[in-house]
Design a protein around this ligand. Sequence first.
Ligand SMILES: Nc1ncnc2c1ncn2[C@@H]1O[C@H](COP(=O)(O)OP(=O)(O)O)[C@@H](O)[C@H]1O
Ligand SMILES: [Mg+2]
Length: 361
Amino acid sequence: MNEASIKEALGKVTDPLLGHDIVSYRVLRNVEVQGDDVLVRLDIPTHAYPLAQRKELQARITKALEAVGAKRVTVIADVNTAHLPAPSDKATLKGPKNVIAVAAGKGGVGKSTVAVNLALALAKHGAKVGLLDADVFGPSIPTMLGTPETPATASKDSKIIPALHQGLKVISVGFFVDKDEAVVWRGPMVHRLLQQFLGDVEWGELDYLVCDLPPGTGDVQLSLSQLIPIAGAVMVTTPQEVSIVDVVKGIAMFEKVEIPILGIIENMSYYKCPACGHTDEIFSHGGGKRLAQEVGTEFFGEIPIDTRIRFGGDAGVPIVASSPDSEHTARFMDIATKTAMKIASSVLSKPKRSPRLAVIK
Ligand SMILES: Nc1ncnc2c1ncn2[C@@H]1O[C@H](COP(=O)(O)OP(=O)(O)O)[C@@H](O)[C@H]1O
Ligand SMILES: [Mg+2]
């Protein structure tokens, strides 16, 4: 066993989820060799990286090193959320490492439902998560999350402290404007409001900031893309043609402002009758998957229509919080993993330094 053989062995280990070698994808942080013992330190790129694959990765590393003569291999895996360095011209946002936009072509397809449950699922995976209700025209996050543990407040130096909801840091225009008050936000006002929500809010260190966007392609989408770097957008659609057509327009707009599409979720995919077990495809089925193929992006999965999901949204206890062991929560956890891995893989595919290998004699 020597430096060259260790390097070669580790260079051939592929990450089971990223599908690339751990050296050029910087999952390998460093290696220490002491006699026949090897200590490997990993940077797992997201909290949402599932345990089964972590174990598989450790097994692959151990096997590769044993094949070149290591007697005892120790793998220490720490999560270090992958993110791009913030460009200096978009320095408004301090704290959040990755911004995820949740968008759709139309209203009522379940954007806010997905945003809230995706944020909770990422937090359940162990990440630090914020939720920005950027739907200034129809903020629904305050209703969906219910009464916060601590409400949003302003600090002395005119900073805004986000509300705390079930472990999430949350900001919504709904906290500051009366629920029944109709607000007509014009373009420049929207821009200033978002600037404040991004720059003046004390988000603290966050792995992900999930943004719930208004439907369609308008001022909010444009302002956000100008104000901060966005890791990517998750598009929500219902299966029927009219919803899909609008999502296509949304995707085209995001491409124009250089926001990558992370993947597509089909919400209200089907209805399974809890009484008889019959499945009905109310809005047709499979449109989201077809769309993902057509536009060349990933399909993140289907969420059925279920009374419990609707009820959770109305009652202020989203399904991921109210039924942590349900099948629906499992789907949101899976969608969270796919979203986080997509971001990680796009960040890590960009070339950077190689890991340190120390041989201690
Ligand atoms: N999968 C689902 N099953 C049942 N009801 C849902 C589902 N997704 C969303 N809803 C309900 O549909 C309505 C619209 O969803 P919402 O998330 O507010 O959509 P959007 O933000 O796109 O306007 C809400 O009452 C919500 O509770
Ligand atoms: Mg909404």
